[in-house]
Ligand binder design. Structure first.
Ligand code: ADP
Ligand code: NA
Length: 335
């Protein structure tokens, strides 16, 4: 079996919200856990997982320097707190691996302009392609909204390999994980939960206190249908209720793991206040360990030093991984 190389990136947006956590980061954790058993097996000696905090992408919208540093550190502490283990995966800041930008320039010289001309800006998709290709990633877990970026990365491979008559770059595959969850805003279930929503009550952060979680979830906007009772999982007609069920199911439902549809059936007839109470309790309990670890990373000097070491080690490993590719790329280009 050919070794897998998996790459995924996330912007340094500070502490992730429930949407980021359930929609993306938990998949990273699951990947790591499913991979860890294969790490020790001789049949797949070099499966690799690379997770990047993509700070170069973040500067397309400039923010004060101290803010970006703080956002990076908070994202790193969050990734470690949700259980990403630096002995099983490589976690790094994109800007510490200059080969990402070097390959971006090289790819931009052969990239076809069809797709790019439809984009609002050019650099972002090419850098995103470089992020993947510089590590010869074979698999990329992406959300539905990212599919066309991956298609573009494959196009970059075709264009580059054709221009230099080589097979140096490897086309990545989309990785189909479980049904991607889409978590909606607690203030307006017609919109997705997002950090850019001006209302802080619209989202639960993964480090929120039990009090904050309770306030936000008890205040979640639902509807006044069916005398305030659950009538099953109906995202089209009752998006606010469906969203709470989605969150509750993700955190283990009432007893044990259930699909959101099963949970909706089981809770038919339950009052919305009780649904909210249960959801708040499950989220509080489910995030307890994350919150405690996060406090440790952010407040203890020793753990702060540990984070610094983790990011240096991650960057070193990522530079080695990227350099292998870049030697071949420079070779075929003649640089
Ligand atoms: P935001 O929308 O808050 O700006 P990002 O665009 O930085 O979040 O997304 C980071 C990751 O989290 C992406 O993989 C994205 O698909 C996922 N994500 C963001 N918001 C949600 C959501 N509400 N539900 C599910 N996944 C989400
Ligand atoms: Na976004």
């Amino acid at each position: 079996q050919k070794p897998k190389v998996i790459f995924s990136g996330i912007q340094p947006t500070g502490v992730p919200h429930l949407g980021n956590y359930l929609g993306a980061l938990l998949q990273w954790r699951t990947l790591q856990d499913s991979f860890s058993s294969s790490f020790s097996s001789a049949s797949s000696p070099s499966n690799r997982l690379l997770f990047s905090i993509v700070d170069l992408h973040a500067i397309t919208i400039p923010r004060p320097a101290h803010q970006l540093s703080a956002d990076k550190k908070q994202m790193l502490a969050s990734l470690l707190s949700i259980g990403l283990d630096p002995s099983l995966c490589t976690i790094f800041y994109q800007s510490m691996v200059p080969a990402h930008s070097e390959l971006q320039w090289i790819l931009s010289c052969t990239a076809s302009t069809g797709y790019l001309s439809r984009m609002t800006q050019w650099n972002y998709p090419i850098l995103q392609a470089a992020d993947i290709l510089v590590h010869k990633a074979t698999h990329v877990p992406v959300g539905e909204d990212q599919r066309q970026h991956l298609e573009f990365a494959r196009e970059c491979v075709t264009n580059f390999n054709a221009a230099y008559g080589c097979q140096v770059l490897v086309p990545p595959e989309t990785m189909v994980t479980e049904r991607a969850k889409r978590i909606m805003s607690l203030s307006d279930p017609a919109k997705k939960m997002s950090k850019s929503d001006p209302s802080v009550k619209s989202r639960v952060l993964i480090t929120d206190s039990p009090e904050a979680i309770k306030t936000k979830i008890m205040g979640a906007v639902t509807d006044s249908l069916a005398e305030g009772k659950v009538t099953g999982y109906e995202p089209e007609t009752r998006p606010g209720v469906a969203n709470l069920l989605e969150i509750l199911a993700a955190f283990g439902g009432q007893q044990g793991k259930k699909t959101v549809e099963e949970l909706g059936e089981e809770m038919r007839g339950t009052g919305l206040k009780e649904l909210k109470t249960k959801t708040a309790e499950a989220v509080t309990e489910g995030l307890r360990e994350v919150r405690e670890k996060y406090e440790g990373y952010m407040n203890s000097e020793k753990q702060g030093k540990m984070m610094e070491e983790i990011i240096q080690t991650g960057a070193k490993r990522a530079r080695e991984s990227a350099e292998e590719t870049m030697r071949e790329v420079r070779g075929v280009v003649g640089l």
